[in-house]
Design a protein around this ligand. Structure first.
Ligand SMILES: *Cc1c(COP(=O)(O)O)cnc(C)c1O
Length: 466
């Protein structure tokens, strides 16, 4: 090592010195000493390795004053939350990577209410004794779907897992090969089945499964017939599946329950709003499903949760399974879910009150008008080197709902002669808050379907200094 580097290393102040500097006092009054010490060490380590690598480090940077001001900046950045608001202009309404459903206002109010106080989560106010935490959700779900019983767990993956473990641990479950789905984030039916203790019995082929296939597979060790909504793909062409009605018939004949994993599972018929139809929970119950599971944060538009409805005998067993305790929801989820389901029960205009449904059902005209107002403002904000245009495109529902269906939308396409679309996208991601769009044909697109406040799309590049 050069002598100069050795001298610089010798000049580095010690952690102790830094902590006893008068400038550290206010920091140590607010923050715990271990944390501040650790931050000091990290800065000193970084300086030391920079010096060793021969990077140009001036004596000024080694002064205590300078290190302490670095310390303050570092601590300030550390305090900033890392889970932050972003603007979803991707056109995928339910984007799993962006947190899926945006909650309705009453659900947000409920989160604050129960987060800041003691609540009667498992306390029966009438009797003054222990109560059941899921009770209010169960009643709402029964009311909304016509099911005999209901329960709720952490997410739909947990609901499927719990159902399989409760009904079919050590026994066979018959599933069509056309329904052995994988959902993003490593939810695979064969794997979840193996972990639950159930034995997968595949029948049929990828594109065609017939009632006889199930009939022939039934034996004394069969515990369940499982139907899985192929929510993120569609088999088209020469294909046939056994529908729920047929499956329920086979189940009745052999006294075997039928469980359906609906995936999204809607509580309102979206075809009323000109959208393609997603299976309705109430209809599936009416068709005779014994157990039905679906997500709280997909088309339903509520918090992450796994909703389970069906016949009393099975649901009761699922609630009593010790795994239910491991998969249960916390008070925040239950409060947000109660508020969301209450809207479904009471609201005269549900598509206005649930942001997810609002995004799906918004008229193209409204989106276009917002785009026309936004265009000049965005042009001014970006500068004239950027070429902007308002164009037709299609949005997706996302999160594995209606995979082949697209909803017409309007996008603002952004181009720049000296900048590739990836670079434009990167700049928008660096804005505060970050704006996430999509790239198509080397153009950066901002999809307006999920944008309700046009100001959200005027990027603020300053604070993060992209
Ligand atoms: C989304 C989905 C799941 C997983 O649901 P989560 O709520 O994300 O756990 C399971 N099955 C199907 C068919 C799905 O579409």
């Amino acid at each position: 090592m050069a002598d100069q580097a050795k001298n610089l290393l010798r000049e580095l102040p010690s952690v102790d010195h830094l902590l006893h500097h008068p400038k550290s006092e206010p920091l140590l009054a607010r923050l715990n000493r271990d944390y501040v010490t650790q931050q000091c060490r990290e800065i000193l380590d970084e300086l030391r390795s920079a010096i060793r690598q021969g990077k140009s480090v001036g004596a000024k940077e080694l002064a205590e004053e300078s290190i302490l001001s670095q310390l303050e900046t570092r601590i300030g950045l550390d305090r900033e939350p890392k889970l932050i608001r972003v603007i979803n202009a991707t056109g995928t309404v339910l984007h799993t990577n962006l947190g899926r459903a945006v909650l309705p206002q009453p659900a947000i109010d409920a989160l604050c209410r129960v987060g800041s106080s003691a609540v009667n989560l498992e306390y029966d106010l009438a009797q003054g004794e222990r109560g059941r935490r899921e009770e209010m959700i169960e009643k709402l779900l029964m009311n909304l779907t016509g099911a005999e019983a209901a329960t709720v767990v952490n997410n739909n993956a947990a609901a499927v897992f719990l159902g399989l473990n409760t009904v079919a641990n050590g026994k066979e479950v018959i599933v069509s090969r056309g329904e052995l789905i994988e959902i993003g984030g490593s939810f695979r039916i064969p794997e979840i089945m193996a972990k639950s203790g159930a034995i997968l019995r595949e029948v049929g082929s990828t594109n065609r499964t017939h009632p006889e296939d199930y009939e022939e597979a039934v034996n004394e060790n069969t515990a369940l017939l499982l139907k899985v909504h192929t929510s993120n793909y569609k088999i088209i062409g020469f294909s046939s599946e056994v529908d729920l009605t047929q499956l329920v018939e086979i189940g009745k004949k052999h006294k075997i329950p039928v469980m359906e994993d609906l995936g999204s599972g809607a509580l309102v018929d979206l075809s009323r709003y000109g959208l393609p139809k997603e299976p309705l929970a109430a209809e599936r119950i009416a068709l005779g499903a014994d157990i039905l599971t679906f997500s709280g944060d997909k088309i339903l538009g509520g918090p992450q949760a796994g909703l389970v409805v069906g016949k009393g005998t099975w649901i009761k067993q699922m609630s009593k399974n010790p795994l239910h305790r491991a998969l249960r929801c916390g008070k925040l989820t239950l409060a947000a879910l109660e508020a969301t389901l209450t809207l479904y029960q009471q609201s005269a205009n549900i598509v206005e009150e649930i942001p997810t449904l609002k995004a799906f059902t918004r008229s193209l005209k409204e989106i276009e008008e917002m785009g026309e107002r936004l265009l000049p403002a965005l042009q001014t904000a970006l500068g004239k080197e950027f070429r902007l245009s308002l164009e037709d495109s299609t949005s997706q529902i996302g999160s594995g709902a209606l995979p082949t269906e697209e909803i017409p939308t309007k996008v603002i396409a952004i181009q720049h002669d000296g900048m590739r679309a990836e670079r434009i996208a990167q700049r928008f991601r660096g804005a505060n808050p970050p704006i996430i769009g999509r790239i198509k044909d080397n153009r950066f697109l901002l999809d307006l379907r999920t944008i309700f406040d046009p100001n959200d799309l005027i990027p603020n590049f300053k604070q993060t200094g992209s």
